[in-house]
Design a protein around this ligand. Sequence first.
Ligand code: MN
Length: 206
Amino acid sequence: FAQFTQVPLPYAYDALEPFVDAQTMEIHYSKHHAGYGSNLNKALKEVGMENSTDLNAIIGNISKYSMTIRNNAGGHYNHTLFWNILTPNKNTKASTELTVAIETTFGSMEAFKTQLTQAAATRFGSGWAWLVVTPENKLVICSTPNQDNPLMDDAPVKGTPILGIDVWEHAYYLKYQNKRGDYLQSIWSIINWDEVSRFYAQTQGK
Ligand code: MN
């Protein structure tokens, strides 16, 4: 029985070249993400929670847990989402429902991308930028430090993330060095809009 394990990466390590290089992808998935999962399992075992399998329930009550559980539960969740919202497929498309919601909220798809890029670019140090569906069913852009996310009970902006961008240096440094902005420009070429749309539909009860 393995408590929290990695989903298989839905593409090869080199599939997102040239936007994300193969070496970054391999280290990111097989070392960083793998580490969050195994450290989470270890930390849960230490507090007698080796049979807990509801990651959302843990994250939704994260303020009751240790920093070790917080960082690794967030890390495991965030990366699982991240792999799924990236793709080498150039033909993915935002659904009509998601497109309408984005245009209504942000003015246009381009304005949305600019704002999310800005949130990611201005996150100081390590963290994530998110597109979130709030409990009031509003689309909101926000960012979180470290491996925090908007599902955490003490998050300043709460909601269900449907798109997340990893801005830890481990996500881009080998290829882009200090140029986070270049990485952020590239990432729009590999967003899996089919998956983002599917996550959006789930928040709409579909
Ligand atoms: Mn990462």
